[in-house]
Write a protein that binds this ligand. Structure first.
Ligand code: SAH
Length: 197
């Protein structure tokens, strides 16, 4: 167990990632939800995400089950992976902090839901998904295993493709022109550095 420094770097980041989510989940779990848009397809995709981003890294780190797919990551990947990991953790924390009481793990509208367009949401509509993509890339760069390395990216990508348009539809239904105007001045996953308004 833990022959490679990069596995240990990933494990530290993984714990920070889970603790961050746990803190915000416990702060919002008692809030009232007025609308929930989660269907069977989203539930199945969420189960895949749990397998790819939780179960497989844990199996690789703590059991020999995935050893047949081990490899050794090169030094350049460790350096880049560590920087991507820290960026992901910062953005993951900031997006939870900026969304505050409006955050939910699935597509939901809270009873006092407000549209957030400040902080990391100022020019990016989906910074939390950007953070998850960055974390998945760090997982691929740091874990010394082909399966556990690429499983988070491979399982989050389909969820993002299905969820993003549904989420934007839900936000337009809820906030109308306010969200449409926000869509015009923001980008999905990357910040907009030049604002024309
Ligand atoms: N897609 C966003 C938020 C993910 S959390 C991101 O990647 O950062 C998902 C929940 O956040 C959704 O159920 C929606 O209710 C809420 N949400 C998404 N964007 C929001 C915004 N700009 N303001 C307030 N709530 C938002």
């Amino acid at each position: 167990m833990f022959e490679h420094t990069s596995d240990i770097i990933f494990l530290v980041g993984f714990v920070v990632y889970i603790v961050t989510r746990g803190i915000y989940a416990s702060r919002t779990k008692s809030l009232e939800t007025v609308e929930k848009r989660v269907d069977a397809m989203e539930r199945v995709l969420l189960v895949f995400v749990m397998i790819g981003s939780l179960l497989l890294p844990i199996l690789y780190l703590f059991t020999p089950l995935l050893n047949f797919a081990n490899h050794v990551v090169p030094d350049w990947a460790i350096w880049i992976g560590a920087v991507v990991l820290m960026t992901a953790l910062w953005l993951f924390w900031r997006s939870h902090a900026d969304l505050g009481q409006n955050w939910s793990p699935t597509l939901e509208i809270r009873s006092e839901h407000r549209l957030v367009t400040c902080g990391v949401y100022r020019t990016m509509r989906h910074p939390m998904y950007t953070a998850i993509f960055l974390f998945s890339i760090a997982q691929a760069l740091l874990l010394n295993n082909w399966i556990a390395g690429f499983s988070a990216f491979a399982t989050f990508f389909p969820l993002y493709v299905v969820r993003r348009p549904r989420e934007e539809r839900m936000m337009i239904d809820q906030f109308g022109e306010e969200y449409e105007a926000y869509m015009k001045r923001s980008r999905r996953l990357f910040p907009r550095f030049k604002t024309n308004k």
